[in-house]
Design a protein around this ligand. Structure first.
Ligand SMILES: [Zn+2]
Length: 225
């Protein structure tokens, strides 16, 4: 689907926000290209454009990648807020399941007015979390940090609660739902089998332990309790 100018800018800012992670480190052109499925030269061109003008959204240095300016971060968080509110709205009000909402939100996030955003937030009781457990940025553009660790990196023996799961793969979401590996579920990490083997966990409330593949374990974030 061809992107109009501002949709495409929004997607870049969102990608840089996600790739920068909690530390706010630079996002390299290659990773942005991978994330958005576009060529490296078009990324370079766009980053140049975003780093100029009156209120630049990124700082960009060749070979060093891009970082969001305050303006860029504010704009990225506004899109993320709309995305997550739409996801929750679709689940809670329209009865969508959690594996159906990401794709719809990817499209709708670009077309929501400030007014509609506020009405949705109010209808939902100014929620803090989306259906996948991700925190919804505030309307003032802040996003409190949560200390989380990937299931794949959590130390054996740790008991934790699932804080969020990646929302990008519907099939993965259906599987996680089926096995009950969903936000707020408690579990204990038993061991990480070597050589790309599974992470063994015990979900609280279940007798048997369960093996989680490395790919899945990287998609699940835990919060210590
Ligand atoms: Zn989503």
């Amino acid at each position: 689907m061809p992107n109009s100018g501002s949709e495409s800018v929004d997607d870049y800012l969102k990608a840089i926000l996600e790739l920068s992670g909690p530390t706010g480190g630079p996002a390299t052109s290659n990773r942005i290209a991978q994330r958005l499925g576009v060529s490296a030269p078009s990324v370079t061109g766009m980053l140049r454009k975003l780093s100029t003008g009156n209120r630049p959204c990124v700082t960009y240095q060749k070979h060093h990648g891009a970082r969001l300016t305050n303006e860029g971060r504010r704009r990225a968080l506004r899109i993320v807020r709309r995305h997550r509110l739409v996801e929750l709205f679709l689940c809670e009000v329209l009865g969508y399941s959690w594996d159906e909402v990401h794709e719809e939100a990817e499209r709708l996030e670009h077309f929501i007015s400030g007014k509609l955003e506020e009405r949705i937030a109010r209808k939902l009781g100014n929620p803090e979390f989306d259906p996948h457990g991700d925190r919804i940025p505030s309307k003032h553009g802040t996003l409190p940090k949560r200390k989380t660790v990937r299931l794949s990196e959590a130390p054996a023996g740790q008991t934790a609660v699932v804080s969020s799961v990646s929302d990008r793969d519907p099939e993965m979401l259906r599987y996680l739902q089926r096995i009950g590996l969903v936000p707020n579920r408690r579990l204990t990490v038993l061991e990480h089998a070597p050589f790309e083997g599974p992470t063994m966990v015990r979900l609280h409330g279940e007798r048997q332990s369960r093996g989680i593949s490395p790919k899945l374990a990287r998609a699940v974030l835990l919060q210590e309790i």
